[in-house]
Ligand binder design. Sequence first.
Ligand code: GLU
Length: 265
Amino acid sequence: MEDIQQVIKESRKIVIKIGSNTLALADGTINRPFMDSFAQQCRNLIDAGKQVCLVSSGAGVAGVSTIHKWARKKDIHYRQALCSIGQVELMDQWRGAFSKQGLHIGQLLLTKEDFSDEHRSLNIRNTLFTLVDEGVIPIVNENDSVCCDEIRIGDNDNLSALTVILWGGDLLILFSDIDGVYDRSPKEDSGAKLIPIVEDIQDLRSKIKIGAANEFGTGGIETKIHAAEKTTVYGIPMILSSGKKENCLKALAEGTQPGTLFLGK
Ligand code: GLU
């Protein structure tokens, strides 16, 4: 945990991804007290000289809890419609939470194609720089309502990895519903042990059992490891930790919350 604390201390530009399971309560509604508290913790990081960019999931979940229907519809158009409804709700909640901290937010809805197109990615980069330089918090999500399955990034773990690389960030933090990477599934095996530091991802893959995705989120441990593979190639470390605990960001920065640190090469 000291290593995590040290890495956060040394990082200036930090991308933080918050998963749907962290943002949603057990009944599928958006956890507003969490967002308020998280915004305050971001404020504290900024006051300590850091720059913060968020990648927020939760559009799909927020869509269902706003419109109270279509939860079980698998049809792509309904799923996209839910995300378009939920994205507004999500940003409304984030705006409320950050305005209490005296901070503005800016929304960036991105697609896979945006990252592969030179001009678009340059524009995204410049927008991120401008927002952050002016003290505004960028909040990124996939542009779910325009992405069909063939052209989707698909999960925000990978989207946040692409974002931190594009922005030239120093660190990616993924908040999920697990404390980090375990040698076995902690849900199935009470003797499972948390792996605090990963230096060799290939070696990690050969040692652990990778399970299925969780309830509201799109990714599972696989997409998180994949995200770490992407960032560490660029020398950007990644931390995976639980967003379910109180003051998770503050606790992580103070070295009192467990997590898995993937070291940049
Ligand atoms: N973009 C999706 C949403 O906001 C989430 C993708 C993910 O869970 O990784 O609902």
